[in-house]
Write a protein of this length. Structure first.
Length: 193
């Protein structure tokens, strides 16, 4: 693919994390050792792990998330501000804002343990008419790459509706990996370890 866009979803409220860590704690900014055993914010690990596999990166976050916005800019990401009601709204807005792309690599901002090689493999497997998804022993994981064919469908997502409904046997390319990070997100403070 010649011009895919990486969409980094960072507009969630992190309610479960805040219940355990405190209302003023944002899980995307929580210190985490990540894959390289260096303590950085969760989202920073996600951006570092993305490496150079996709040039254009779009971070979706809330207007009041000033530290997230600053971190995104520090890593040369574009920022789309959205008071999102869920993943569906975020995906729809991000795809609409980058409608000229040949495809979209969707990465969750709270998944700092996905190996750079996995992100690269899914990106390389993307085509304009398929969904490329990291797959391991427990089935589908993240990231997921959507080809251009899915642009209009992605823009119809709403609320907390994810894009899994767009998967069908004839259009899914399973990218087999041995990376446990494809299933590992940070929902509660204990997940930071």
């Amino acid at each position: 693919m010649n011009n895919p866009v990486a969409i980094i979803l960072a507009a969630g409220q992190g309610s479960r994390f805040r219940i355990m860590a405190g209302d003023d704690q944002d899980k995307l900014l929580a210190p985490c050792r990540g894959l390289i055993d260096i303590e950085r914010p969760v989202l920073e690990h996600v951006l570092i792990n993305l490496g150079d596999c996709i040039e254009r990166r779009l971070v979706i976050t809330r207007p009041h998330s000033l530290d997230i916005i600053a971190l995104a800019h520090a890593y040369d990401c574009e920022v789309l501000l959205l008071d999102s009601t869920g993943m569906g709204d975020s995906l729809a807005a991000a795809v609409a804002a980058s409608a000229e792309a040949s495809g979209w690599l969707v990465i969750l901002g709270d998944m700092p343990f996905i190996a750079p090689a996995t992100l690269d493999a899914v990106t390389r497997a993307m085509t304009e008419d398929c969904v490329a998804v990291a797959t391991g022993e427990s089935g589908y994981g993240h990231p997921v790459g959507f080809g251009r064919k899915f642009g209009l469908s992605l823009q119809t997502l709403r609320g907390d509706q994810g894009a899994r409904r767009l998967f069908s046997a004839e259009c899914v390319t399973e990218v087999q990996v041995t990376d446990p990070g494809i299933y590992r997100d940070v929902d509660i403070p204990a997940n930071l370890l």
